[in-house]
Design a binder for this molecule. Structure first.
Ligand code: BGC
Length: 485
């Protein structure tokens, strides 16, 4: 008996560090994938000036260099689901990190703008693949009690990555260092390879591939204390149910699911049309036009007012987001975003008047300060509303038979809208002025507000089954749309 007891105790001692290591490994993978995503989004802001000087590019080409990361990401997001099913989650993440590394090196060594664009597309494809595969891997590896936290960690890591990119931009500012700024993202990409290699694939994927032995080993590493055989039977049953119910791509667009698809895709697009990535990508240039004359002061404003505030507000949001309803958060957030965009637009309007020699109501330094404050309010309002809530809603409104593909459609729509904004931001500024563009973003905040108020149902506090039922029941849907409002 005592012998037996000793064996059990020592076994659990040896299992525990292995489990902790495996979970740490998964946490590291999700954190590094998010960091890379954010870094590649943020870094271009500080690199644009140097690229412009070295390659003598015009506005249109500058926009292509900035925005084709998102185009690559759109293609990556669409391809990722099939890749993750065929090659496994782990190999898909490995492939994404290899693409990141390759893309970063192409960018850093690019002799001209065409190769630079190829590098941006390659990095983007990796970002898109990882943006689907890493959360999928984390949600299948994490024990249920940690699942929510792992997915929030990803959100947080994206903003930390944007901050890290701004910090590197700030340290390396100066004309020809842009190659280093872009090339540095190869470092976390290599770390990601190192983090993924020793980990197993998810038990769910192994079961899908009918590799029960591997599934058993993987499950034992992450949840050594559960009843492994019972869990594997459960997984096998749910894999079987899913494959029976699983829809073709056309099925995703069936009349029956049109409502949730319309809501998911519209929210994904509005999240971008309200301007977040124009500010993330072109922050330095916005501060430059608002009167921050030295590159040092521009980088500092970008680092803290955009990067720092984004991290802190996201941290607060991730801790609180589940306590409030989705709709109130979105309504308050879009109101804050609207007010700050209108203010930034008004500042640029006054600055245009100064440039034109007509009397303006504000001086250049006042305009700079007001712009910083308004952008802080904008970023903070986004970070607790449209930022995390849109992704939460997209992941909970679809019934399981279409969820995977519908989430991919909404994610690709989000990347497409991000591309539209970053591709045409500078051209639009040239055409209608900075004030006009910020007021256009403000207009989309009104559209978002009305859409959320009138069309979107509240999903907080409902089980996934209740949400599914709602789509076919007019009364329930009506009640959920008008709840507490
Ligand atoms: C958006 C990204 C954006 C990021 C900023 C995310 O929710 O989807 O496009 O860059 O928030 O924090």
């Amino acid at each position: 008996m005592s012998e037996n007891g000793t064996v059990v105790a020592s076994e659990s001692y040896t299992k525990r560090p292995r489990m902790a290591l495996a979970l740490l490994g998964v946490g590291l993978v999700i954190m590094l994938a998010g960091l890379l995503f954010g870094y590649d989004q943020g870094v271009i802001s500080g690199a644009l000036d140097g690229i412009k000087r070295d390659f003598h590019v015009n506005t249109f080409l500058l926009e292509i260099i900035t925005s084709w990361v998102t185009l690559g990401a759109m293609a990556g997001a669409i391809a990722a689901g099939a890749m993750a099913d065929k090659f496994g989650r782990r190999w898909t993440i490995l492939l994404a990190s290899i693409l990141f590394t390759l893309g970063a090196l192409i960018e850093a060594l690019a002799p001209g703008s065409t190769i630079l664009v190829i590098g941006r597309l390659t990095v983007g494809f990796g970002v898109g693949v990882a943006s689907v595969a890493a959360p999928l891997y984390a949600s299948e590896m994490a024990p249920a009690r940690l699942r929510g936290r792992f997915v929030s960690l990803y959100q947080f890591a994206i903003t930390a990555g944007i901050f890290a990119a701004y910090f590197v931009d700030f340290l390396l500012q100066g004309s020809d260092r842009w190659r280093l700024m872009l090339g540095i993202s190869a470092v976390p990409a290599v770390l990601l390879v190192i983090a993924v290699v020793p980990l197993p694939d998810s038990p769910r994927w192994y079961m899908k591939m009918l590799r029960r032995n591997d599934a058993q080993k993987s499950l034992k590493r992450i949840e050594p204390h559960c009843d492994v055989e019972e869990r594997l039977d459960e997984i096998a049953k749910s894999v079987e149910d899913d494959s029976k119910k699983s829809m073709s791509w056309m099925g995703v667009f069936a009349l029956q699911w049109r409502k949730p698809l319309m809501i998911g895709v519209t929210l994904a697009i509005l999240q971008q049309l309200t301007g977040i990535n124009a500010i993330i990508y072109y922050a330095n240039q916005i501060f430059a036009s608002a009167g921050f004359t030295s590159p040092d002061s521009q980088s500092k404003a970008t680092l803290w007012a955009v990067g720092g505030v984004n991290v802190i507000a996201t941290l607060v949001a991730v801790m609180w987001v589940d306590r409030f309803g989705r709709k109130p958060l979105l309504l308050i957030g879009t109101t804050g975003m609207f007010l700050s965009l209108v203010t930034v637009g008004a500042m640029f309007f006054s600055l245009d008047k100064i440039d034109a020699g007509t009397t303006a109501r504000v001086s250049e330094s006042q305009a700079g300060i007001v712009t910083v404050i308004a952008l802080v309010v904008f970023i903070a309002s986004f970070a607790f509303s449209l930022g995390p809530v849109v992704w939460t809603v997209i992941n909970e409104i679809f019934p399981s038979e279409v969820r995977g593909k519908a989430v991919a459609v909404a994610t690709a729509a989000n990347w497409f809208a991000a591309w539209l904004v970053s591709q045409f931001f500078l051209t639009l500024v040239d055409a209608i002025g900075s004030s006009g563009v910020f007021w256009l973003f403000a207009f989309f905040c009104i559209v978002t507000f009305i859409f959320v108020k009138r069309v979107m149902p509240e999903t907080k506090g409902r089980t996934l089954e209740e949400i599914q039922e709602m789509w076919g029941d007019k009364k329930k849907l009506h009640d959920a749309i008008h709840e507490h409002l």
